[in-house]
Design a protein around this ligand. Structure first.
Ligand SMILES: Cc1ncc(COP(=O)(O)O)c(C=O)c1O
Length: 459
């Protein structure tokens, strides 16, 4: 895997002297990112012998085959299915099975209506683009996903303003400044869409949703400020039966738009639908104004059947065992790493930091995402060290996270047992010890051994 990864980072522009300039220009542009290994490349799939602290198969529905079995059962119930929707939702593509599935999902999540779209990305981007009217505002947590930013760019909202991550005071300040700047927000003739995520995908922290809802209700009693929440990282892993954060908090009536992604815990349904839970007004607005629905064929039967199969697993309580396993592995990892003899020194010297270690004992519901913050560039060194020790957890750097917040992002699953959590903690600490030795001038090289091995590989 590393060999292929390195090959993909080898500069190509210079070797394209005699090629058409069109392609050379593209390669040269990508070379800028190849030079510091920051180019996004399609990674080869590793086999199950590598410890998985990266995939989005949180509940192991995919690797265990449970989603496949449920999918095949679902197909068996509809032997004469038609493969294609044969049209967009506003034309021929609005078939009964799709509508029934939406109704079932709405019931499961206690929503008035549901609307299925081809992916979570499209659900987020499409809703953000389609809902706001001219003169409206979007206010968003500064850590929301790229898909929200995409949608905001396309939206007709007149202002788009961020508030500090998970900070209700900051949200309050932004909302007050909007009210002060435009009477339409006070009179209720313009609206505000507040965008948040239930579990933030890079930090793994949970949105203080109940607190944010109170702020919005207090400042906008006419109901012209409403939330859109991205439940990508809570679907299947938080709340009763894995219904997500809004279901857990019983805030269904307070959140206008909930976007659930089926590409993750739901067994990474293979075909990755997004579910928009909303009321009938929002659904009609999406149908009539979201370009993804008007100008694209409706989701096909196998896509919908696959996600319905995933939801059947949730309804049958199959998420809950996996959720409990994730909780215990994350807790075990945190207690093991903090008890390791090198931990305190490594943190004090700024070699690594896991903010969650300071508070996890008081947190009832931990999430499956644990970031290990490092110094810039060290995230790659740690990634190499883990890889060479048969552990997969990716390095994440700017622009996915802010500058200075580089990290290796650990994702825990139902298939990571306590032994794996312990191995992970030990291997990270071995790396930290090596970095401390380098700092103390006790080694010949200033580059850690795994990185040296990787950089020495021939490609
Ligand atoms: C927070 C968040 N929102 C949206 C998406 C997009 O979801 P999908 O993979 O279903 O398109 C992702 C996936 O990476 C995500 O992490």
């Amino acid at each position: 895997m590393l060999t292929k990864w390195l090959q993909d980072h080898k500069p190509r522009g210079a070797a394209m002297k005699d090629q058409p300039a069109f392609y050379r220009n593209l390669e040269q542009h990508m070379d800028i990112h190849r030079a510091d290994h920051s180019l996004w490349v399609a990674k080869p799939r590793w086999d199950d012998s590598v410890l998985d602290f990266t995939s989005s198969d949180f509940l192991s529905f995919n690797r265990s085959g449970r989603i496949r079995e449920a999918f095949l059962e679902e197909l068996g119930r509809h032997e004469n299915f038609r493969l294609s929707a044969s049209g967009s939702r506003v034309q021929y593509g609005n078939y009964d099975y799709l509508i029934q599935t939406e109704n079932e999902l709405a019931t499961f999540h206690k929503a008035e209506a549901a609307y299925l779209v081809h992916s979570g990305y499209m659900a987020n981007a499409g809703s953000m683009a389609a809902i706001p009217l001219p003169g409206d505002a979007i206010v968003y947590d500064d850590a929301v996903h790229a898909s929200c930013h995409e949608g905001m760019e396309l939206s007709l909202a007149s202002s788009k303003i961020s508030f500090r991550h998970n900070d209700s005071d900051s949200l309050r300040e932004v909302l007050i400044s909007l009210k002060e700047s435009n009477a339409a927000f006070v009179l209720g003739t313009s609206s505000i869409l507040v965008a948040v995520e239930s579990v933030y995908s890079m930090d793994g922290d949970i949105c203080p949703l109940a607190e944010l809802v109170q702020v919005v209700k207090e400042l906008f009693p006419l109901g012209n400020a409403q939330f859109i929440i991205d439940e990508a990282h809570s679907n299947g892993v938080i709340g009763p039966l894995g219904g997500g954060l809004v279901d857990m908090l019983g805030l269904q009536k307070d959140i206008a738009i909930r976007v659930h992604m089926c590409s993750k815990a739901l067994g990474s349904t293979g075909v990755k639908l997004g579910v928009i839970l909303c009321n009938k007004t929002v659904r009609d607005r999406l149908i009539s104004n979201a370009r993804f629905a008007i100008y694209s064929g409706a989701p096909s039967f196998p896509m919908v059947a696959c996600m319905r199969a995933g939801y059947r697993l949730l309804e049958n309580g199959q998420a809950e065992k996996g959720m409990a396993k994730i909780q215990s592995s994350v807790r075990h990892f945190l207690s093991t790493i903090t008890a390791h003899p090198v931990w305190e020194e490594a943190v004090n010297e700024g070699i690594l930091n896991i903010p969650l270690t300071e508070e996890y004992e008081d947190i009832e519901c931990l999430t499956h995402i644990v970031p290990v913050l490092t110094r810039p560039k060290h995230e790659l060194y740690l990634f190499f060290h883990l890889m060479i020790n048969n552990i997969n957890a990716y390095a994440i750097t700017f622009p996915v996270v802010p500058k200075g917040k580089s990290r290796v992002r650990l994702v825990f699953h139902a298939h990571n047992d306590l032994d794996q959590a312990e191995t992970l903690a030990r291997v990270i600490c071995e790396w930290a010890q090596e970095m401390l030795n380098i700092e103390a001038g006790e080694t010949e090289s200033s580059i850690p051994s795994a990185a040296r091995q990787v950089y020495a590989m021939k490609f």
